[in-house]
Design a protein around this ligand. Structure first.
Ligand code: ZN
Length: 128
């Protein structure tokens, strides 16, 4: 994994119920966001990302559940978000063929240059 240029940009604190008590975004990548690499890698439930356009706080758990409970995909997703919501990035991935759902087992996988489902091992028909 590449070395990160920073451990955290912006500030986000939440109360016990997960409501934001303090939020400061900083410019990163393509927009104004909060992103905390350390929190993502060390805590399940700490705020680790707030997108530019909504005050929605995401935790590692949120990323993992969006990614079919697969940490590898969640980590890739966390690395790539730089202004959008994680679900918007997921939509972009689906549109660009970065991610796919296996017809056989129903699991999600990163599909770029993949010809076999990593979960059930079935071959993926690409209409060749
Ligand atoms: Zn499969």
């Amino acid at each position: 994994m590449a070395v990160k240029c920073c451990e955290r940009i912006g500030i986000c604190n939440v109360d016990r119920n997960g409501s934001i008590t303090e939020l400061q975004r900083e410019f990163f990548g393509q927009g104004w966001i909060f992103k905390d690499w350390k929190a993502f890698h060390e805590h399940q439930n700490a705020p680790c990302y707030v997108p530019e356009l909504s005050d929605t706080v995401y935790t590692r758990e949120d990323f993992i559940s969006l990614c079919d409970n697969q940490e590898k995909i969640a980590e890739r997703m966390f690395d790539e978000v730089d202004w959008q919501s994680p679900s918007t990035l997921m939509y972009e991935w689906e549109k660009d063929g970065e991610i796919d759902i296996c017809d056989q087992c129903g699991r999600m996988f990163l599909s770029y240059d993949v010809h076999k489902c990593p979960h059930c091992g079935c071959f993926i028909c690409e209409g060749q």
